[in-house]
Design a binder for this molecule. Structure first.
Ligand SMILES: Nc1nc2c(ncn2[C@@H]2O[C@H](COP(=O)(O)OP(=O)(O)OP(=O)(O)O)[C@@H](O)[C@H]2O)c(=O)[nH]1
Ligand SMILES: [Mg+2]
Length: 300
């Protein structure tokens, strides 16, 4: 351990859609987790390692905590709850435009008795008037649970250094847990699958976004500088498969083109993206399929 080096874990938790993954990406200054306007976008714990001159902040983005009957959702929520006592700091996020809702209360109750230090992040302040923000801050300070209440716009704020510094102040002296070139512990293939899934979340509606899993099956350099990626999109029903393929294959083409462009930009290489669509009935209720698709959880 080098002298005075600080390191530790901070997990970002809250109900779905408050902007947790958006904040992770902004703090990291790069895309580590996918985001979308749909609730329940994130399905795993996603780690982002922020390397600072004399410190390492390990940020853990988590699935939105919510009530649901599905095994997948149950597993997602367990993944979030499991971070509470493993981290040095909990960043509990709510969104200013929705105020403190019953769903937020549900999350808050799940962490109320956890001893870990807690900050409240009020996100999306770009969407509200100053007076309603001040009222919300006053309401939340009455809960007497948070060391800090920090209003931000994860989407619009230019400077998140004040938040970084507050997090840093909470971290103990500790080792460099991750090597300097490591920014996440997610395998590259998983992130590529997520980028494809993100396009599907943006392009489809109703049950389709939630029913989809994407698995990168193979990645091969093709010699001519082209990287070939084979990925399978799993849906739960034939009707969903039809929507994902679209008329004359048009939807699948759009998904493929948007994902390929983003992957090419990210890797600075030409990509040949081959997408397949398959049906795996009720996979969200099958522990084995959930694991196979990469949505694992330690104690699950
Ligand atoms: N206006 C505004 N929108 C935001 C802000 N932060 C996030 N969003 C939007 O809110 C939506 C949800 O963002 P995500 O980051 O995917 O939310 P999340 O909390 O990770 O959601 P789950 O993974 O489903 O739990 C996206 O459309 C974001 O662009 C913000 O500061 N202002
Ligand atoms: Mg998310």
């Amino acid at each position: 351990m080098s002298d005075g080096f600080k390191s530790g874990y901070a997990s970002i938790v809250g109900r779905p859609n408050v902007g947790k993954s958006t904040l992770l990406n902004r703090l990291m200054a790069q895309k580590v987790a996918v985001t979308s306007k749909r609730p329940q976008t994130t399905r795993n714990k996603i780690t982002g390692v922020l390397h600072l001159p004399n410190a390492q902040i390990i940020l853990v983005d988590t699935p939105g905590i919510h009530k649901s009957e599905k095994t997948l959702n149950d597993m997602m929520v367990k993944a979030s709850l499991s971070t509470f006592s493993d981290v040095d700091l909990i960043l509990f996020m709510i969104s200013a435009d929705r105020g403190f809702s019953d769903e937020d209360e549900f999350v808050l109750n799940s962490m109320r008795w956890v001893k870990t230090r807690k900050f409240l992040i009020i996100n999306k302040i770009d969407l509200v008037e100053k007076t309603s923000l001040l009222n919300l801050m006053a309401e939340m300070s009455q809960k007497d649970l948070f060391e800090e209440i920090i209003p931000v716009s994860a989407l619009k704020d230019e400077d998140l250094d004040p938040l970084k510094n507050l997090i840093l102040n909470c971290l103990p002296e500790g080792p460099e847990y991750f090597p300097k070139d490591m920014i996440t512990d997610c395998p590259e293939s998983f992130l590529f699958g997520e980028i494809i899934r993100e396009k599907i979340l943006n392009l489809t509606r109703f049950e389709v976004p939630h029913s989809v899993a994407v698995v990168v099956e193979d990645m091969q350099e093709q010699g001519n500088g082209v990287l070939r990626i084979d990925a399978t999109i799993f849906a739960e029903k034939d009707s969903q498969k039809k929507i994902l393929i679209g008329e004359g294959g048009s939807m699948l083409k759009t998904i493929g083109r948007l994902a390929r462009l983003e992957l090419e930009k990210r890797l600075g290489a030409k990509i040949f993206l081959k997408l397949f669509v398959k049906v795996k009935a009720n996979w969200r209720d099958q522990r084995r399929a959930i694991k196979e698709f990469g949505y694992t959880h330690d104690s699950f």
